[in-house]
Design a protein around this ligand. Structure first.
Ligand code: SAM
Length: 247
């Protein structure tokens, strides 16, 4: 075939395909570290703590990529379970890119995790079926953000939690100046060196600029039907956690 797979046996094929997904995942992880100077790990820890996963809950991580948030949720729910009992949590990673899902499966999951391919704008889940919904560095890429927020509201049961971790608007002053230099100059260069792809990283920086600021996004979450929406700035607003309740 044009992929050169015709003469390799099935086991070899699996190994080759795995290699592709492993390199997708490791490139992706490397870029995350470079772009956020390693800080995305701390932001993700902060977001997972805010979501506060509990034993027995069904937690949906949308645009979950290779499962960074879901692994945190699974471990935290299990730690709580070891302390005070309760049943196993169920953590669903959903992403519309099957390659990201495959890369995540290869990276390894936790027993509580399951993986699924699907779109944030049309979730393959019934109404009121999950206890918590999260989306981390994903909503910025969704074509119709209000529609994704309505879907989040639909699948959450009453009392459910919504959490979004996303790049946001740095507060004015020195942080903003440093951030502008970093994002407009450093990130496209890093993208060129590491991924040989300046344009994609340029696009990424621009998509962050275009995304609504904290109060605007908070208003959109409220418009989708969430209550008591709060904003937590991370690293001076370079990223932010938006959190709300489905009541
Ligand atoms: N949540 C992971 C994290 O924090 O590391 C991955 C973030 S990655 C920057 C963005 C992910 O969003 C990609 O895996 C992409 O496939 C996914 N994505 C973009 N639009 C989507 C949509 N409409 N529905 C589901 N996933 C989507």
């Amino acid at each position: 075939s044009s992929f050169g797979f015709r003469d390799v046996d099935a086991r070899e094929k699996v190994r080759l395909v795995r290699g592709v997904f492993d390199s997708v995942a490791s490139n992706y992880d490397l870029m995350n570290d470079l772009m956020s100077a390693g800080v995305h790990r701390l932001w993700k820890d902060a977001a997972a703590a805010k979501l506060n996963p509990r034993p027995g809950e069904t937690i949906l991580d949308v645009a979950g990529g290779t499962g960074d948030m879901a692994r945190r949720y699974a471990r935290m729910a299990r730690q709580a379970q070891e302390r005070r009992g309760g049943s196993d949590a169920s953590v669903i990673v959903l992403d519309y890119n099957a390659e990201m899902i495959m890369a995540g499966v290869n990276k390894g999951g936790e027993p509580e995790m399951s993986w699924s391919v699907g779109d944030a704008m049309a979730l393959p889940l019934p109404d009121a079926s999950v206890d918590a919904y999260s989306i981390s560095f994903g909503i910025r890429n969704v074509a119709d953000v209000p529609q994704a927020l309505r879907e989040a509201r639909r699948v959450l049961r009453p009392g459910g939690r919504f959490l979004c971790l996303e790049f946001s608007r740095p507060i004015a002053g020195p942080i903003r100046k440093a951030y502008d230099a970093w994002s407009f100059h450093a990130i496209p260069r890093i993208g060129e060196w590491v991924a040989k792809d300046r344009d994609s990283y340029q696009y990424l920086v621009e998509s962050i600029r275009r995304f609504p600021d904290q109060p605007t996004f908070k208003g959109m979450i409220e418009a989708a039907g969430f209550s008591r929406v709060s904003v937590t700035n991370l690293s001076g607003g370079v990223a932010a956690i938006h959190f709300g309740w489905a009541i």
